[in-house]
Write a protein that binds this ligand. Structure first.
Ligand code: CUA
Length: 292
């Protein structure tokens, strides 16, 4: 089966071509009639009541055109909907306002890795309100509805980073619900998955700050005592390019600035401002940035 983005692109070109042909046909006929029967050439217009053949033709032609488009669309739906040929299953869950991606055994956030040349069944869920998963270059756009699992087929042959965005208004930080999809070779993907499966090994004074504060209520860092699930899993946080679903890069300075005042960068987000000393902020930022 075709990559979903290719199927959508091809359908778009065909429907566009049909629309252009209809436009040219209708406009040509209009211009011709206006010119051919202009007042200076036809003194008294002819009168007629009906032309059955013409009426049948202009009823049948659009109906046939739409029937053709309908059939082409059914073929496209098969390529973009639930994957019957899936080789990998990933669960994407929408949260206000970030994404959770679960592979068998591991959980990550906001940045999703996929192997190229592999058909993926993306299971779409939501824990709070309606969100919508949309990475235009990879395929269709599908809503994530609480209490329901929707499916989206993903497949690409081209490695690279694909950017996406929540496409259903879901609250104040809807615009900062970015998706990064890293498509890579099967080998690179397997290496990434194996690395993600490992528990965090970083330590240092920041680890103690993390454990001693409310961080652990919302975040998990596998291999430590932090098992919160309300916020993103941070086990390999620094392996992702951004934090807070795309708001800031994942370098130490940005992480520190974020920790010092999350509401400054993402007003309305559920990450509270935890009162920490400058020394604690430094320690926490250098701990988090070491979670590769
Ligand atoms: Cu989630 Cu908009």
């Amino acid at each position: 089966m075709r990559p979903p983005a290719e199927a959508i692109g091809t359908l778009g070109l065909i429907v566009g071509a049909i629309a252009v042909l209809i436009f040219i046909g209708v406009e040509s006929a209009l211009v011709y009639v206006v010119w051919r029967y202009r007042a200076s050439r036809v003194a008294t217009p002819a009168r007629f009541d009906r032309n059955t053949r013409l009426e049948v033709a202009w009823t049948a032609a659009p109906a046939l055109t739409l029937a053709v488009v309908f059939v082409l669309m059914l073929g496209t739906l098969r390529d973009i909907g639930a994957a019957t040929d899936a080789q990998l299953h990933v669960r994407a869950t929408g949260h206000q306002w970030w994404w959770e991606f679960a592979y068998s055994g591991i959980v990550t956030a906001n940045e999703m890795h996929i192997p190229i040349d592999t058909t993926i069944d993306l299971e779409l869920a939501s824990v709070d309100v309606n969100h919508s998963f949309w990475v235009p270059e990879l395929g269709g756009k599908t809503d994530m509805i609480p209490g329901q699992i929707n499916h989206l087929r993903l497949l690409t042959h081209r490695p690279g980073v694909y950017l996406g965005q929540c496409a259903e208004f879901c609250g104040v930080e809807h615009a900062w619900m970015r998706i990064r999809v890293v498509a890579e070779s099967k080998d690179d993907f397997d290496r990434w998955l194996a690395a993600q499966a490992l528990p965090a090994t970083a330590s240092g004074p920041g680890a103690a700050v993390f454990q001693a504060n409310t961080c652990v209520n919302c975040h998990a860092i596998r291999g430590t005592g932090a098992h919160g699930t309300a916020g993103p899993d941070l086990t390999h946080l620094a392996g992702r390019a951004t934090i807070a679903a795309g708001v800031l890069p994942s370098d130490a300075a940005s992480i520190r600035a974020w920790l010092a005042d999350p509401q400054r960068y993402k007003p309305g987000a559920f990450m509270p401002r935890v009162p920490l000393t400058d020394a604690d902020l430094d320690a926490l930022a250098s701990y988090l940035v070491s979670l590769k």
